[in-house]
Design a binder for this molecule. Structure first.
Ligand code: F6R
Length: 632
């Protein structure tokens, strides 16, 4: 996703920025840009800023800058992953104030940008992009240069502070949302002002100057002693040093952290593998996927849908088409779409759908789910469905991917780039996005009231903390469960209702990264065949959270216990009775059944990873698998 790098010192800023942006490429982005102070234009009253922006890879920007003969020693750079506004040069960062003398780069989302933009336009500001970020440039400009009176609100004119850091602080006071921000101003050569709220920023001092970045990887060659800025803290970087303040402008002295990771570990954020890093990011994925989705009157806002509410109201059949883990997200969605919106929903492997003759009418909605957005089977199924007259809606993690381009509308999961081959955080982003879609369908069909939708939306948001609780408290239990099954030849994952859908994802995770054979079964189906597999010590991994089918699931587990199975249960916190049949219990917080997939999948991902590590497997790059499956 988006990345920030900035430098001020004695070396060539252009090279340092490009090098840092390349280091941030792994996060995924669609455009890149830099703002460089034009040293040649420097005088006592300031300098000028050169802005260079390109859609596509950093290499393109690098070629453009190669022709630029500059002695600039201060600048900021950015890789953008589109959220508000398509990938384009005007939407790429840096964004500038009206007079071009202030430039900023920003990570995060400004929730109140629409109202801020309206106010700023009323006061005469001209916008050049569709982004939320640009309001920051104009807010800083007003704080720096002075604000005209606003007849609409009766606000008086205010004088400018002519201090970049103070202007950034003032601008932040108006913004609701998340930001990691770096700003430069032509009137203050060599100065970079930095702010942070809910979006990472690190700052470091090296031999040749001062550095800012959204990820330590971008500056690790220059310095290993960094300040990890906290929410509400601000910094002023200059060639000679760095000062820090709080939101009131009072000086502070944040602690310095020494980074002793190597480059490989730094790319992984200090974690031993990408899979763990990505599992730990899941609370953020939930939060980011929900940002801006609830309108002020409690109505859901998914305007990228490409369908009017009237068209949505006519939908009478939904197909979810996808492959692998994305298909499992579809199994969860079926429960929600049928349960809340009362619309029949079928989930099909895209590779099957394309060769069938499914019943499709103009009131059929096909939802194509794909992390990479380029899975060949899913794309072929989209094309087929559109030819047959269906509306197609894509859910993908990759901006501008073929799935996004070829669908009538799209929701982007806010997972950031996923590097481990086994999908983890993308799955959570998909399930949250599909849950939003199910709520929207229920809302337009008047199956749920606005109050119910609002309550469910709030509970959906609570899953972020619930995942965090699992990550914080259950690692020992998961490790013990992994030890209990790592030497097995085969394992069964079982559950009922939502639990059955989750079991599918648990089994896929285990088999693909540990090479231990695993199957998922609806627990009630065990006695119709699979129970024959069970002999003493055979691992049965169950999702048995407190749900309407809890007692039924427990009965099925007793049948397995009676035949000597080793039973590992994902259960609801506080369920002590389950210990009577379970050899190992992993708890998740109590959660509405509809949202249990978002939490109960997390321990199964961690379990698969632990087992794979115990078996000596490469968890990030399992054999025979590719991250994007672009062949049939
Ligand atoms: C499993 C996994 C795969 C993908 C499948 C579809 O962890 O990652 O099963 O889910 O290949 O890929 P996308 O979602 O990119 O279409």
């Amino acid at each position: 996703m988006c990345g920030i790098v900035g430098y001020t010192g004695t070396e060539a800023a252009k090279d340092i920025l490009i090098d840092g942006l390349k280091r941030l490429e792994y996060r995924g982005y669609d455009s890149a840009g830099v703002a460089l102070e034009r040293a040649e234009a420097a005088s006592a009253s300031g300098c000028a800023l050169d802005i260079h922006r390109r859609v596509g890879k950093v290499a393109g920007l690098e070629s453009e800058l190669a022709c630029l003969d500059t002695a600039s020693t201060c600048g900021i750079g950015h890789t953008r992953w589109a959220t508000h506004g398509r990938p384009s040069v005007p939407n790429a960062h840096p964004h500038t104030s009206c007079d071009g003398r202030i430039a900023i780069v920003h990570n995060g989302i400004i929730e109140n940008f629409a109202e801020l933009r309206e106010e700023l336009e009323r006061r005469g500001h001209r916008f050049a992009s569709d982004t939320d970020t640009e309001v920051f440039a104009h807010l800083i400009e007003e704080a720096y240069e002075g604000r005209p009176a606003d007849p609409a609100t009766g606000e008086q004119a205010a004088p400018g502070c002519h201090d970049l850091l103070a202007a950034v602080r003032e601008a932040c006071a108006h913004v609701v949302g998340a930001y990691g921000l770096a700003a430069v101003c032509a009137d203050e050569p060599g100065v970079i002002a930095v702010a942070r709220k809910d979006s990472p920023i690190i700052i470091g001092r090296g031999e040749h100057g001062s550095y800012v970045a959204s990820d330590v990887i971008a500056v690790i060659d220059a310095t290993r002693d960094v300040v990890v800025l906290e929410d509400g803290q601000f910094a002023r970087l200059a060639p000679e040093g760095i000062t820090y303040t709080d939101a009131d402008g009072a000086a502070i002295e944040p602690a310095v952290t020494h980074i002793d990771w190597d480059i490989d570990m730094a790319e992984k954020g200090g974690y031993p593998d990408f899979m763990l890093k990505e599992i730990l990011e899941q609370p953020r994925v939930v939060r980011d996927t929900l940002v801006g989705r609830m309108g002020p009157a409690g109505e859901l806002d998914i305007d990228e849908l490409g369908l009017s509410l009237e068209e949505l109201n006519l939908i009478d059949r939904v197909y979810v088409i996808a492959c692998g883990t994305s298909y499992h997200a579809g199994l969860i969605a079926k429960n929600l779409i049928e349960g809340w919106a009362r619309i029949p929903c079928e989930v099909e492997a895209a590779s099957e759908f394309r060769y069938r003759n499914p019943i499709i009418t103009p009131s059929t909605l096909v939802v194509a789910v794909s992390q990479s957005g380029e899975t060949a089977d899913t794309l072929a199924a989209i094309r087929d469905a559109r030819i047959k007259g269906a509306k197609v809606f894509g859910i993908t993690n990759v901006v501008g991917s073929p799935v996004a381009r070829e669908s009538d509308g799209v929701i982007y999961t806010k997972a950031n780039k996923e590097i481990a081959v086994a999908s983890t955080k993308s799955f959570i982003g998909q399930v949250v996005s599909l849950t939003l879609l199910a709520l929207l369908l229920a809302q337009v069909k008047y199956r749920l009231t606005v109050g119910q939708v609002r309550m469910l939306f709030r509970e959906l948001g609570d899953t972020a903390e619930q995942i965090q609780w699992i990550l914080d408290t259950q690692t020992d239990a998961i490790h013990a469960a992994a030890e209990a099954c790592c030497d097995a030849h085969s394992a069964l994952f079982v559950g009922r209702g939502m639990g059955a859908a989750i079991a599918n994802e648990g089994a896929l995770k285990l088999k693909e990264i540990s090479y231990l054979h695993a199957e998922a079964y609806a627990a009630g189906e065990m006695k119709h065949g699979p129970i024959a597999l069970i002999d003493p010590g055979f691992p049965v991994i169950a999702v048995a959270t407190k749900s309407p089918v809890y007692d039924k699931t427990v009965s099925n587990l007793k049948e397995c216990e009676a035949r000597g199975a080793k039973i590992i249960v994902v259960a609801t916190e506080g369920d002590e009775d389950i210990r009577e049949i379970a050899d190992h219990v992993i708890y998740i917080p109590a959660v509405r059944d509809a949202f249990s997939a978002i939490t109960a999948t997390v321990p199964l991902q961690l379990l698969a990873r632990e087992v794979a590590l115990m078996r000596g497997c490469d968890v990030d790059q399992p054999r025979n698998l590719a991250k994007s499956v672009t062949v049939e």
